[in-house]
Design a protein around this ligand. Structure first.
Ligand code: FPP
Length: 280
């Protein structure tokens, strides 16, 4: 099997995942449990991100999208927002050479308005430098909100209608998807959210329509390759039917659907039971 870039999607682990999206949650709680300031939790979160990027390369996952800063995160205390901005700048400055050397293509999705010029310039330079890399697309969702993204796409189509170059009945899901920040990328196969929270928080609402969700109790700073493999294992136990009944489950598909439990996931039970979420 090949993805839209032509890269093979078959891997040593035997998975066919082209795109993993991650909501990196729990930095603050990780720090609080240790009596540390939240900013130290975010610093450990960057280390977890480095581990995860390396693991994604090793596991031959072509696309990794991370929720680095949501459009709602501006409402956090200014000191924390400033700290997160500094961390992202340092991440690009310090890690860009290694990312580039490892064949990572850096992409940024989200709203550019309100973002400082120096950070925009750093992001633009990094995306330009790495644009021809083909090992892993690391997609950083920054100042990102899905409703705003879908709204911008609708506005772009509305402008074409107003200009007379598009008729309303010619608008299709594919046309709208082509106006999203993720145009040209495959939709995520697997969404992981850490820290035990079970919500999407305005992340990739369009693109996650048929994605498999895995919610892990681990806090983001403790995330590593083992956790990623665990999530992939849960994904592999699921049957994706895209609203159909599945190829080998005629009749009562639900009765035959695999059920993921904490026991399946790990002896430590670090994954919540998610019965029912594996069915479309
Ligand atoms: C959620 O944890 C995490 C964030 C809002 C930011 C994620 C950022 C990083 C992992 C580091 C910086 C990113 C890059 C790309 C270098 P939280 O603070 O909401 O944790 P809590 O829910 O326990 O309070």
């Amino acid at each position: 099997m090949q993805d839209i870039t032509g890269r093979s999607a078959l891997t040593a682990l035997g998975h066919d995942i082209r795109h993993v999206a991650i909501i990196m949650d729990g930095n603050g709680r990780w720090a609080r449990r240790r009596g540390l300031p939240r900013t130290l939790g975010h610093r450990e979160g960057v280390k977890a991100l480095r581990r995860t990027v390396r693991a994604a390369i090793e596991l031959a996952i072509p696309y990794l999208t991370i929720y680095a800063f949501s459009s709602e995160n501006w409402s956090r205390p200014k000191a924390e927002v400033d700290d997160l901005m500094g961390l992202i700048k340092r991440f690009i400055r310090r890690d860009l050479a290694e990312l580039h050397g490892n064949g990572v293509r850096l992409r940024v999705i989200g709203d550019r308005s309100g973002v400082s010029q120096d950070l925009l310039a750093l992001m633009d330079d990094a995306t330009a430098l790495t644009r021809n890399n083909t090992c892993l697309d690391l997609v950083v969702a920054f100042n990102y909100g899905a409703r705003a993204e879908i709204t911008r796409a609708a506005q772009a189509l509305a402008e074409r209608v107003a200009a007379g170059t598009l008729t309303p009945d010619a608008i299709t899901p594919e046309l709208l998807a082509g106006e999203l920040n993720t145009a040209g990328m495959p939709d995520p196969d697997l969404l992981i959210r850490t820290s035990g929270e079970i919500r999407l928080s305005n992340f990739l609402l369009w693109q996650l329509a048929y994605t498999e969700f895995v919610f892990l109790d681990v806090l983001w700073p403790d995330f590593d390759r083992a956790q990623l493999e665990q999530a992939i294992g849960i994904y592999q136990a699921r049957e994706r039917r895209y609203g159909g009944t599945g190829s080998d489950v005629p009749g009562d598909a639900l009765a035959n659907a695999p059920v993921t439990t904490a026991a399946d996931a790990s002896p430590a039970g670090s994954v919540r039971p998610v019965r029912g979420q594996e069915t479309a």
